[in-house]
Design a protein around this ligand. Sequence first.
Ligand SMILES: O=C(O)C(=O)C[C@]1(C(=O)O)C=C[C@@H](O)C=C1
Length: 354
Amino acid sequence: MSDELLKLRNQIDHLDEEILARLAERARCAQRVGEIKHGNIYRPEREAQVLRRLADANPGPLPDEAVKKIFREIMSACLALEQPLRVAYLGPAGTFSESAARKHFGAAPNFLPTAAIDDVFRAVEAGNVDYGVVPVENSTEGAVGGTLDLLLANPLKICGEVKVRIHQQLLSRAEGIGAAKRLYSHAQSLAQCHEWLNRNLASLPRVPVASNAEAARLAAEDPESCAIAGEAAAELYGLNILAANIEDDPNNTTRFLVIARHDAGPSGQDKTSIVVSAPNRPGAMHSLLEPLARHGVDMTKLQSRPARGGLWEYVFYVDFKGHQEDPAVAAALKELNERAAFVKVLGSYPVAAI
Ligand SMILES: O=C(O)C(=O)C[C@]1(C(=O)O)C=C[C@@H](O)C=C1
């Protein structure tokens, strides 16, 4: 070993010990915070502030994303010392929902896969888990209607959002695609890779199944098949990646919501989600949203959904920038309340920080 290599490795050992001692000190601080803090132990607003502050202070050469991932895990481990979290997500294991849950909470919680989106809501409401992670919209496929309906019907709050870049992989137990007789995947993933499949595997029969993870499980059992699923499923079922990132839109992203029995405090960079219904008369929707514009509140999403029970009646899901405790948002919400037939605040939460 050269002298320089030896010296650098000694230096790294030394730095690692320093980092470890500082981590232990940080963990003891977090434990003490846990003892003196009242109410919820998990504080999404504080975690978002920590991640943003460190990304801003990052001197390099590590990219901001790497710094945030490292501190995401540090906070996850510190929080577990205060209180081990239980987090439900739309399963089975290996889905993009699991990736979203792990991206948001780090590796420390106990994760519980559920069979359907409403099971996630039920598990949180019943107190079987502390938090739930559910998909709400995809950049190519649009809104997840089931989640929107459940948000309206449920007393739960949104306390966070996570965005996951969806990369689809062609997976198989075999080393090549030659012997494959069928392709399993979720219908949404088949749609997201439609052009690639038409160009490369036009004659291979496509079999839609309940989830990508289920597709990967089937491909692991059946060597004459392949599947489209994410990397997490490939790892879980020990499959080879025959073609990587085959989604037609390279920016394909799914947004997930974190649901809880409480929402989040202000973090300085927040979003608020509400559901409103407008009285059935011309211009009602315009008049309803006018206070937002007048108070300088930026609307980021407007999504309509048929109201249960009334033919051709709609409810509107509106997201805007700011926290309901911000004075401009509070003033706009007060006026909106006076004008709307119905308003429900689904929650204020930090803009995705990671
Ligand atoms: O600041 C707190 O309230 C803490 O409990 C500490 C800490 C952290 O590790 O920084 C851990 C968990 C919370 O969700 C937020 C932050």
